[in-house]
Design a protein around this ligand. Structure first.
Ligand code: PEP
Length: 254
């Protein structure tokens, strides 16, 4: 039985004061909701303050990126060891990292390895561009992004995948529930071929791309979809709470 996850990716939004205010607003209600792993991923600079606020809470804390070396002369970077003191999860390979910061399949793989070594649980993002989608290359792109020779150990260590079609991120143009379910079904079959059925059935795979309180039901109701990585809507307390609540009740009914 895969426990659903709703993870909020705050991206480069909120000052520390704003992050603290948002967490104070959401925590009491979020703490009441069970059957869902609730994760928030504020900017690096707010992690320490938010960690303090989340003492005793069931809400988990994640970072949005990391560097794969443990320490050294890498000005401006943040290491897995630094993050492991502050949070439990880390988003890796987000399409905005691939698009604006030249991250590749190889760097994402190094980051996943480094995160797990430090005891952080990665949320690895994969997905195709609009051009690739229209050219019928979605499966080819996903296969390449999920080709790590260490995949088996990643899944066994609790890596979560997020399928995020790039054309659906921040555009207001979400994939349909059926489309997302179909592609996530492809990913699960790929993992079955790679690592066997038992592992494939245990891997949590989220959908991400313009998820809101108004459309979460469409995704969470699909058998292959185990939750969502939420960008814009995770910055609004009422939206995020509604997404988490709906996920909790849908999965409970299954
Ligand atoms: C994201 O940042 O991973 C994302 C899916 O963003 P949005 O929900 O805003 O499309």
């Amino acid at each position: 039985m895969r426990i659903p996850m709703i993870a909020g990716n705050w991206k480069m939004n909120t000052t520390s004061a704003e992050a603290v205010a948002l967490v104070k607003e959401m925590r009491p209600e979020l703490d009441q909701i069970d059957n869902v792993d609730k994760v928030i991923c504020p900017p690096f600079v707010s992690l320490a303050a938010v960690k303090e606020l989340l003492k005793g809470s069931s809400i988990k804390l994640g970072a949005q990126n990391l560097y794969f070396e443990e320490k050294g002369a890498y000005t401006g970077e943040i290491s897995p060891l630094m993050l492991a003191e502050l949070c439990q999860l880390v988003i890796i390979g987000h399409s905005e990292r691939r698009q604006y910061f030249n991250e590749t399949v190889e760097t994402a793989d190094k980051k996943v390895k480094a995160a797990l070594k430090a005891g952080l649980k990665p949320i690895l993002c994969v997905g195709e561009t609009l051009k690739e989608n229209e050219a019928g290359k979605t499966e080819e792109v996903l296969t390449r992004q999920l080709s790590s020779p260490s995949a088996r150990s990643y899944y066994l260590s609790g890596l979560t995948l997020a399928y995020e079609p790039i054309w659906a991120i921040g555009t207001g143009r979400a994939a349909s529930g059926e489309q997302a379910n179909q592609t996530i079904g492809f990913i699960r079959r790929h993992i079955t071929r790679q690592c066997g059925r038992e592992i494939a059935q245990s891997v949590r795979i989220l959908y991400g791309g313009s998820v809101t309180a108004a459309n979460i039901a469409e995704f969470i109701n699909q058998p292959e979809i185990d939750g969502a990585l939420v960008g814009g809507a995770s910055l609004k307390a009422n939206e995020f709470l509604s997404i988490v609540k709906q996920t909790s009740s849908f999965k409970r009914g299954k």
